[in-house]
Design a protein around this ligand. Structure first.
Ligand SMILES: Cc1ncc(COP(=O)(O)O)c(C=O)c1O
Length: 458
């Protein structure tokens, strides 16, 4: 079938509700390898977002693909009431890592996607707090699109058509230094943001705290340590420790959503490890299987998830802990244990960030660049370096996807993802296996798409 025929059939037969066509016509790819996607003409596109961080270890990663193929030939499917080794070994690998890092016993629980695992975490929280159903979450936070997950996701846009099936979170400002703390030192801004949150508990008249009963109306705070969809916003280093002190003082659980930033995206297994706090519940997904299988899950402290409090059947999905997913997930954990990803990601991240800073010096429209490991951001603005410029960044995406950029004699494309509160941030999540040459190529292509976009828009 030709691409034109495929697109016509898509327009006729596919729901548009489960996707967003960011470019018209939508792009069709045929093949992937390493850091590249290939279109029907065989043109390679350097992918600097890797399926929103689901493919941290490169497309068609030989080791992880082999684990999938091996499982396909041995035990590809089995009902969840029966056990298989990789489910148990993967749970153990994650739980032992948490025990080592945080001195906390806990258990691991699987489901079929990030949103579903967020829902499972909501059950744990409600169960532990005698059914309290109110949560804190961040402005700019994203936790998924099922009904309960979108109730704690900041955008009203995701809820508008569907009414309220779960109580909407109380959305607290994220410590977004570039937009919220200009002129203030970043650490001082972190302290200020903690103080602003702590103010809620000063008197019962601030709406959330009963000092006599020593009870908060809100059961948990849902956080991304580095905001993903919100635009790869990196908080001040001192912020989460301060926040956790306030939460502990008021009996509020900390749920850390690592679905996008987990599995070494930021240079540590979990992004929250950069900030020196211990989560009560940690939710993961995406790169666990390098995007090969929709497996996600959570780790929770024993007191929240032990069988006495969270008995069999508390959640269930036919495909939860399916053996293809857990086999690849286990191989991912083994690979992470055998290779020094921390140094590798730190070094590659520093190289990329340096290049972005050079680019920023040449283009005043890049208002902010920042990065933690290989979670990098470039905020595209007007020439004043501050006013968000969505039109310019949209044009950059279109130019990248047209697949006619040049470097040497070959045609090339560039895959970029856009996030941020004003949809003006290039959120860069390259393969963690990206080579130094590919980083240089990425910087050249970014320069090309930005220069062309500026020219196009005059
Ligand atoms: C931080 C975060 N939480 C939750 C989700 C939802 O996960 P899923 O799309 O697998 O349901 C995502 C997906 O992008 C995410 O980035």
């Amino acid at each position: 079938m030709s691409e034109a025929e495929l697109l016509a059939d898509e327009a006729r037969y596919c729901s548009f509700g489960d996707t967003v066509h960011y470019v018209e016509p939508p792009k069709v790819f045929e093949r992937c390898q390493g850091s590249f996607l290939f279109d029907g003409r065989g043109v390679p596109y350097l992918d600097l977002q890797m399926w929103y961080s689901a493919v941290n270890f490169g497309y068609a990663n030989p080791r992880l693909n082999a684990a999938m193929k091996h499982q396909l030939d041995t035990l590809p499917q089995i009902a969840s009431q029966y056990l298989h080794a990789s489910k148990i070994e993967l749970s153990k690998a994650i739980a032992e890592d948490a025990l080592r890092k945080w001195d906390q016993k806990g258990r691991v629980h699987f489901n079929v996607g990030g949103s579903q695992s967020i829902e499972d975490s909501l059950k744990l929280v409600r169960n532990a707090s005698a059914g309290k159903s109110l949560m804190f979450a961040f402005e700019g936070g994203y936790h998924g699109r099922t009904l309960a997950a979108s109730a704690i996701t900041s955008s009203y846009r995701y809820r508008r058509r569907f009414g309220h099936f779960g109580e909407r979170a109380n959305f607290v400002p994220f410590p977004y230094h570039f937009r919220g703390g200009r002129g203030i030192d970043k650490e001082a801004y972190g302290e200020l943001c903690v103080k602003q949150f702590a103010r809620l508990f000063e008197t019962e008249y601030n709406g959330v705290w009963d000092a006599k009963a020593q009870q908060c109306e809100y059961a948990a705070f849902y956080v991304e340590a580095v905001q993903g969809t919100g635009g790869y916003v990196i908080p001040p280093a001192n912020y989460f420790a301060g926040l956790k002190r306030v939460l502990d003082r008021h009996g509020i659980l900390l749920v850390v959503d690592e679905i996008q930033m987990g599995f070494y995206r930021t240079g540590k297994l979990w992004a929250i490890e950069h900030f020196g706090v211990t989560p009560d519940i940690l939710v993961f997904g995406k790169a666990l299987t390098n995007g090969l299988n929709p497996l996600a899950g959570l780790w929770a402290k024993e007191a929240l998830i032990g069988p006495a409090v969270f008995p069999p059947g508390s959640t269930h999905s036919t495909f939860a802990s399916n053996p293809l997913g857990t086999a690849v997930g286990l191989e991912t954990m083994k690979m992470l244990a055998e290779t020094d990803y921390a140094s590798m990601v730190r070094e590659k991240g520093a190289h990329f960030l340096q290049g972005l800073r050079d680019l920023q010096r040449r283009h005043p429209e890049i208002g902010d660049v920042d990065g933690l490991g290989l979670a990098l951001r470039a905020e595209i603005c007007e020439a004043d370096g501050f006013t968000p410029n969505k039109r310019l960044v949209d044009r950059m995406v279109d130019i990248g996807l047209a697949g006619d950029l040049g470097h040497g004699s070959d045609k090339l494309g560039l895959v970029l993802d856009i996030g941020g509160y004003y949809k003006n941030v290039i959120t860069l999540a390259p393969s963690l296996h990206i080579t130094a040459e590919e980083i240089e190529l990425g910087l050249i292509l970014l320069d090309q798409v930005l220069s062309r976009a500026k020219r196009d828009l005059g």
